[in-house]
Design a protein around this ligand. Structure first.
Ligand code: BGC
Length: 733
């Protein structure tokens, strides 16, 4: 985000004319309050949904007709800087009030959770990162930006960049997985996609990097839980994706809910002022997470709301999401000398700068034809991109005896309640889709001309209909069982202690496989699952995550071999849920798991992942050889030859890892450094060359300093984090 001199002058001019109340108004983000239109109080309604007394669909219907207060009076008085929402007509109405009826005519910045698409929902982030396709990640973000603007949204609360290694945490679905380098590449691609297309006033939005920082390391995978980590780990593992995104020009950042080593991120001067705004020279603004300033009182770090507000502003938090504490308490804090005018002005300046950069002053409204065109239907190019992303994100985990791809003549018994759902395909944090755009797996198979009989039998929730299971087993030549999690089982506040298939789905699979017919499991889920039993008992497993509106067609294309699966896992899958957290790049122990009893392992389950990071099969096979490492002045040149040794064309993700063998701190057993997708026809081979800057072989120590240490390094290349060729080289800096 760079401003011209004229834009900067505009910000300064406004700032010089604002009253204190107007300044504090800019720091205030509102969302429409629900004020009635239903029979029970709102909190009880939420309780009813949580307890399952009211279905999501019924709740949605009530919400659609609920009465809302949009705070028009406050907007008119200049007491609101930002609104949440995704209704273009309402956005225009509110924007008209802000621009034409408030004293200074400052437009609102309208923000919304557009996490993996708005109307055109593409795969959840953990899935899309597994495409290892930076260009795809950028294009989907660009599509999301354009759609957002069409709905009046100028600010997306994305990308979510929390490296996450404990699959019990429900929010693993929202981020790019367990690896820092992949998260950095994802971060850069998303920021470019959201922000860099300036071809028109409606083609870009402000990105919001979240959640800053360490949220993915919440203890035990329990949402909102405490986070403790050494500085070296913070700097080497959790900060780099944010830093990469800031370098790419990200306009805003959201502070995380959690405390980090005892200091809530909402009011953490080290992460916000010293690192982000100081060392990284971040020019944009920082917003709190929802109601998080108030929660600092519950954390026990501030005596009351007024103190929490003053501490947060001083620490560098610019905008208050949802509590009104900044709006109502900061004037008194200023008179009492607990905060300074400079601190307030700095926050306002940052927010105004983003508004100016977004072009909101020149172009605050959504144009009528744009609103109408989306009402008529989804642009075809968006639908096609959603399908492409779904196809590239799907991962083949097991394919015994080459069962897949299926011949269209084979009759399929399609099993599982999830298979026919056209609303579950979108996954967690999908808030703008329309049912008419979504394709279920059943529909996808029908679209592909499959000979299919459908037997719901049961799903992640509820009963198992064994009589129907028998009918399913009697019918098809082959059984495709769609099992996994509902969308509500991942995402915020959706941690699970057990990450095996929920409900009676394993029992369902056992009954199906007892029939003797081949069973293919298509998994639809928002987190890595513990699949020890499934890997041993099923013939084929397709990890299809929540792939978005194009899910059904993409799954059908994969089952019938119209595409060759090329997605890889962005997070390791364990055998058993007791292994969590399971991630490939853990620091070396003094006793790596081995045959001896006194090594780092469990008595009852394996120590290693079942399917490790980077893993994924194809309908063809790839073989590696000829790994060479050549030292150049400031880089290593690494070459490896990959050959398509099977009988179909296919796409492989060639992955480059390193290990620092001896260092002043214990280092990970392997770390991803680079990757490249290579498409090869059967029998063809290609030599892939990576240039790895030597500077990239350093690490952050516990003083927060990036150090490069001479010594021996292993250089590994291969098709996943486990199966690699290895060479060694001594590097001197
Ligand atoms: C979530 C954020 C989200 C915000 C606004 C919070 O509860 O943690 O990720 O952007 O709500 O909806």
């Amino acid at each position: 985000m760079k401003l011209t001199d004229a834009q900067r002058a505009k910000v300064e001019d406004l700032l010089s004319r604002m009253t204190l109340e107007e300044k504090l108004g800019q720091l205030n983000q509102e969302s429409p309050s629900i004020v009635g239109g239903f029979d029970v109080p709102f909190p009880e309604l939420i309780e009813m949904v949580t307890e399952g007394r009211l279905s999501q669909e019924e709740f949605q219907k009530i919400m659609d007709t609920a009465q809302r207060d949009y705070h028009e009076e406050d907007i008119r008085a200049g007491r609101v800087g930002s609104m949440m929402g995704n209704d273009p007509v309402k956005a225009n109405e509110l924007q008209h009030i802000a621009v034409e009826e408030s004293r200074l005519g400052i437009p609102l910045i309208i923000g919304f959770d557009v996490i993996h698409g708005l109307r055109s929902v593409y795969p959840i982030a953990i899935a899309e990162a597994g495409s290892f396709d930076d260009d795809l990640m950028e294009r989907t973000a660009r599509m999301a930006a354009r759609e957002s603007r069409a709905y009046g949204i100028g600010w997306n609360f994305a990308p979510m960049l929390d490296v996450a290694r404990d699959a019990r945490w429900g929010r693993v679905s929202e981020g790019p997985g367990e690896d820092t380098r992949l998260a950095e590449r994802f971060a850069r691609a998303k920021v470019r996609g959201l922000q860099n297309d300036r071809s028109g006033p409606d083609s870009y939005v402000a990105a919001c990097l979240k959640h800053f920082v360490g949220y993915g390391a919440c203890e035990g995978g329990r949402d909102y839980n405490t986070v403790s980590m050494a500085p070296s780990q913070l700097h080497s593992v959790y900060l780099p994706p944010f830093r990469a995104a800031v370098e790419e020009g990200a306009a805003t950042v959201m502070a995380a809910f959690n405390d980090l080593n005892g200091v809530p991120c909402t009011l953490n001067p080290y992460t916000l002022r010293t690192l982000l705004k100081g060392d990284w020279a971040f020019p944009g603004f920082v917003v709190s997470d929802a109601n998080a300033i108030r929660e600092c009182v519950v954390h026990g770090i501030a005596a009351d709301e007024a103190e929490a507000g003053a501490m947060a502003l001083r620490a560098g938090l610019d905008m208050d999401m949802g509590t009104h504490i900044y709006r109502d308490e900061l004037a008194a804090a200023l008179s009492a000398g607990r905060i300074s005018q400079t601190e307030i002005d700095d926050a306002v300046r940052r927010i105004l700068s983003v508004k100016v950069w977004l072009g909101l002053f020149a172009h605050p409204y959504v144009e009528e034809p744009v609103i109408r065109s989306y009402a008529a239907g989804l642009p075809e190019a968006h639908r096609a991109l959603c399908r492409e992303a779904a196809e590239k994100s799907l991962v083949l985990l097991k394919n015994a005896g080459g069962l897949l791809p299926l011949q269209k003549e084979r009759r399929i018994s399609l099993v599982g309640a999830l298979a026919a759902s056209d609303t579950e395909v979108v996954g967690a944090w999908a808030l703008g889709w329309e049912k008419r755009d979504c394709v279920s797996i059943l529909q996808g198979l029908k679209n592909a001309g499959a000979d299919v009989g459908y037997y719901p039998c049961g799903g992640p929730e509820g009963a198992l209909d064994t009589a129907e299971v028998e009918r399913a087993c009697a019918d098809g030549d082959v059984i495709v069982a769609v099992v996994g999690e509902t969308a509500a089982m991942s995402g915020e506040a959706s941690s699970r202690a057990h990450i095996t298939l929920p409900g009676r789905q394993r029992e369902l699979l056992a009954l199906l496989s007892a029939s003797g017919k081949p069973v293919i499991a298509v998994l639809m889920n928002g987190r890595p699952l513990a699949l020890g039993w499934e890997s041993e008992h099923l013939d084929a497993i397709v990890e299809a995550w929540h792939l978005g509106i194009g899910m059904g067609d993409a799954v059908a294309a994969a089952l019938f071999g119209e595409i060759n699966p090329s997605g890889r896992l962005s997070s390791s899958f364990p055998w058993d849920d007791g292994q969590e957290p399971t991630y490939y790049n853990h620091p070396s122990t003094g006793r790596p798991a081995g045959k001896s009893k006194f090594t780092s392992k469990y008595l009852d389950v394996p120590a290693e992942a079942l399917y490790p990071f980077g893993y994924g099969l194809s309908y063809t096979a790839f073989a590696y050889d000829g790994l060479t490492v050549t030292e150049r002045e400031d880089a290593l040149e690494i070459a490896v030859t990959v050959r398509n040794s099977g009988e179909r064309p296919g796409t492989e993700t060639v992955q480059l890892y390193t290990r620092d063998v001896t260092a002043s701190l214990v280092r990970p057993v392997k770390e991803l450094k680079d990757y490249r997708r290579v498409t090869l026809r059967a029998g063809a081979s290609e030599t892939v060359t990576f240039r790895l800057p030597k500077a990239d072989l350093g690490f952050w120590n516990n003083e927060g300093v990036y150090v490069r240490e001479d010594g021996l390094f292993q250089i590994c290349a291969g098709g996943n984090s486990r199966d690699t060729l290895t060479e060694e080289i001594t590097v001197r800096f």
